[in-house]
Design a protein around this ligand. Structure first.
Ligand code: PAF
Length: 282
C-alpha cells in the first residue's frame, strides 16, 4: 500500500491505476473500525484497486464540536488498511485540501435540512464540499459510504447528480448496510468516547428503535410512537434526544404513518457523545 500526502503524487499514481483497471474510493476520517473495513471489503470486491482517504475535515465540525478531540490514529489505521489489501492511502494535510485563500462551499438544499442538519448547522455543506473535492482529487470509478450516515449518503448522491459527478466520472455511489456490535449498537468512531456505564445505556437505542418499528409497521401514527421512543430513551439513561423521526428513505421527506421505503432516524446524546442510528421499516 502506498501512502500519499500530496495532490501531485496522487494524480500520477491514480492515473497509472486507472489506465490498468477500476478504482474504488472509500472516504473516511480515520479511527477505523469494523464498519470502515466492511466498506473496504465491499470496494475490493467491486473494483481492481481501492483507495482509502483519511482526512479529518474541519469544515464539517461545528464551533463547539469535537474536531480537536476527534481520534487520530494514522499508524494503526494504515496497518489495518495494508492488511485489507488497499492499494493507496490518501492522507493529505489540511493545506493540500484547503489551500490558502480557499473560498468555495457546496450546499445541498432539502436533503441537508432537518435531522442532523438541524442540530449541526453547516455540517452537510462541509461534507458535500470535501466529498466533491475527494471525488475530483482521486477520480474514482465508484465510491463507498456507510448507511449509518444515511442523510450524509442522501446529500452526497444528490450533490453528485446535481454537479454531474456521476457517470462517466464516479459511475456509482454505493451505500453499505450498518455494521453493528453484538448487542446491536451501530459501530461508530464516537463509541470510543463512551464510559462502560454509558456504553451499557447506548445498547438501549437499537432495542428501543426495533420496538418502535414494530409499532409503526403495524400502522400506528408516528407522532405518539416517536414521542414514547424519546421518553423511553431518556428514562433508560440518555441525556437528551435530538430527534426521532420517520422519513422516506429516498428524499427524506417526513411521513406521519409508515409507507413503503420509510426509515426511522434517531439521534440521542449520552454525556458529550451524540449517537445516531437509522433502520428501515420493512
Ligand atoms: O463519514 C465520514 O467519515 C465523513 O463524513 C466523510 C464522508 C469521510 C467526509 O469527511
Amino acid at each position: 500500500m502506498k501512502t500519499i500526502t500530496t495532490l501531485d503524487e496522487l494524480r500520477r499514481v491514480t492515473a497509472a491505476i486507472r489506465s490498468k483497471g477500476s478504482l474504488a474510493l472509500v472516504p473516511t476520517m480515520g479511527a477505523l473500525h469494523e464498519g470502515h473495513l466492511t466498506l473496504v471489503r465491499a470496494a475490493r470486491e467491486a473494483a481492481g484497486h481501492v483507495a482509502v482517504s483519511i482526512f479529518v475535515n474541519p469544515r464539517q465540525f461545528g464551533a463547539n464540536e469535537d474536531l480537536d478531540a476527534y481520534p487520530r490514529q494514522l499508524a494503526r489505521d494504515s496497518d489495518l488498511l495494508e492488511t485489507e489489501g488497499v492499494t493507496l492511502l490518501w492522507a493529505p494535510p489540511p493545506s493540500e485540501v484547503y489551500p490558502e485563500g480557499y473560498a468555495t462551499n457546496i450546499s445541498v438544499a432539502k436533503v441537508s435540512e432537518g435531522l442532523c442538519g438541524a442540530d449541526r448547522p453547516g455540517h452537510f455543506d462541509g461534507v458535500a464540499t470535501v466529498v466533491c473535492k475527494l471525488f475530483n482529487q482521486v477520480r474514482p470509478d465508484m465510491a463507498f459510504f456507510g448507511e449509518k450516515d444515511w442523510q450524509q449518503l442522501a446529500v452526497i448522491r444528490r450533490m453528485a447528480r446535481d454537479l454531474d459527478l456521476t457517470r462517466p466520472h464516479v459511475d456509482a455511489i454505493h451505500g453499505v448496510p450498518i455494521v453493528r456490535e453484538a448487542d446491536g449498537l451501530a459501530m461508530s468512531s464516537r463509541n470510543a468516547y463512551l464510559s462502560p456505564d454509558q456504553r451499557a445505556v447506548a445498547a438501549a437505542l437499537p432495542e428501543a428503535m426495533r420496538r418502535a418499528i414494530a409499532r409503526l409497521g403495524g400502522g400506528e401514527a408516528a407522532g405518539p410512537v416517536l414521542a414514547e421512543l424519546s421518553s423511553e430513551l431518556v428514562e433508560t439513561g440518555f441525556d437528551s434526544v435530538d430527534y426521532a423521526e420517520l422519513r422516506r428513505g429516498g428524499d427524506l421527506a417526513p411521513v406521519g404513518v409508515a409507507e413503503q421505503d420509510s426509515r426511522l432516524f434517531v439521534a440521542a446524546r449520552i454525556g458529550r457523545t451524540r449517537l445516531i442510528d437509522n433502520m428501515p421499516l420493512g
